[in-house]
Design a binder for this molecule. Structure first.
Ligand SMILES: [Zn+2]
Length: 350
């Protein structure tokens, strides 16, 4: 086991030869679980209500492929951009979610092995979402579903979502989550966009809601992925692990060990948390095997996120490589992707 390629060598190869860069990307087998796209019908619908932004409006498939090659990404699992279809009415939400999922599925067949699918659901509409779960997982063979951390005034641990979790648990599905504006928390502070602070806080709100409602324990077969290292999770961990479990109504119902066990089984992506302090804190809070790679393209690039992750893994050294040995991996075209310790693979330690 030795480091067979360095990031700088990989970057040089990108400049020298796009084909070589793609080959290198395939060699690293890195899976990006946090990669945004804009299906044409979704973008049109979102533009009509003024909920688009210039970054996602200018997205293209080729831009995704170019960024993946530059950042050493073999496969990107694509998901819908916030606010997904949440602002649309019931019928439009169901139709646009379906068209978006079919569009992404087409990308997986036109670019074999390079893309996966986290299907968009027409939430908060439960019946329509159950239909889309069946279509996405049975017909489209999606790798999982991609949901928001909140639906206006409801978070993922609310009983409202029970039928969704019951079905996804039965299917042992992967549920990828992405933050979005909650009704409570937009335009709170002049000059501080909600994406900057509130999205991280909202991710932690949803984790807390899932754990302390008992939802995550009840639906143990759902494989959760939380964006951005769980948002503020590392900063708030002591409140969850110590303060909450010693305070009514959670005293006696939860222990530190129970809460830690839940945190230990979730996955967390590295998007926007690739700096040394945040990534190191996350790796101290949960096993490194639970940290999966995320780029947040097109809002960030895979190259810059990979650089931060690579530096961390180099510091973590053998622990990360040992973790990789235990990993199982299935990125071949047509197979469902299983989140694995992509952080380690960044080291190219095979
Ligand atoms: Zn994102």
């Amino acid at each position: 086991m030795g480091v067979t390629c360095t990031f700088s060598a990989m970057l040089a190869s990108v400049i020298a030869s796009p084909e070589l860069a793609f080959a290198q990307a395939k060699k690293t087998q890195r899976i990006d679980v946090h990669h945004h796209i804009a299906a044409p019908s979704w973008l049109q619908a979102i533009k009509m209500i003024g909920a688009d932004d210039p970054v996602i409006a200018n997205w293209s498939v080729q831009k995704s492929l170019d960024d993946m090659d530059k950042g050493g990404i073999a496969t990107a699992v694509l998901s819908g951009n916030p606010p997904q279809v949440r602002p649309l009415d019931r019928d439009a939400a169901a139709r646009i979610a379906r068209e978006s999922n079919e569009y992404v599925k087409q990308l997986t067949t036109s670019h074999p092995g390079r893309f996966g699918v986290f299907a968009m659901l027409p939430l908060p509409h439960i019946e329509e979402s159950l239909k889309e779960i069946a279509y996405a997982l049975d017909t489209l063979k999606a790798d999982g579903v991609g949901v928001l951390t909140n639906y206006g005034d409801k978070w993922l641990g609310y009983s409202y979502f029970e039928p969704i979790w019951e079905e996804l648990n039965r299917r042992r599905a992967t549920v990828y989550t992405h933050p979005a504006d909650a009704n409570c928390c937009v335009n709170l502070v002049q000059g501080v966009p909600s994406v900057l602070i509130e999205w991280g806080a909202d991710t932690t709100r949803s984790i807390t809601s899932l754990v302390f409602s008992g939802t995550s324990q009840k639906y143990r077969d759902i494989n959760w992925i939380f964006s951005h290292g769980g948002g503020g999770l590392t900063a708030f961990a002591e409140r969850l692990l110590v303060q909450m479990v010693t305070t009514p109504p959670y005293l006696g119902r939860f222990t530190r060990e129970i809460v830690q066990a839940e945190l230990n089984r979730f996955h967390y992506d590295t998007a926007q948390v690739s700096l040394a302090g945040t990534l190191a804190a996350l790796a101290k809070l949960v096993p490194v095997s639970q940290i999966v790679y995320g780029s947040d393209f097109p809002y960030r690039t895979a190259a810059e996120q990979s650089e931060g992750v690579r530096r961390h893994v180099r510091r973590a050294g053998s622990q990360a490589c040992e973790s990789r040995k235990r990993a199982t991996h299935s990125a071949a075209a047509g197979e469902r992707l299983i989140p694995v310790p992509r952080v380690c693979v960044d080291l190219a330690c095979q």
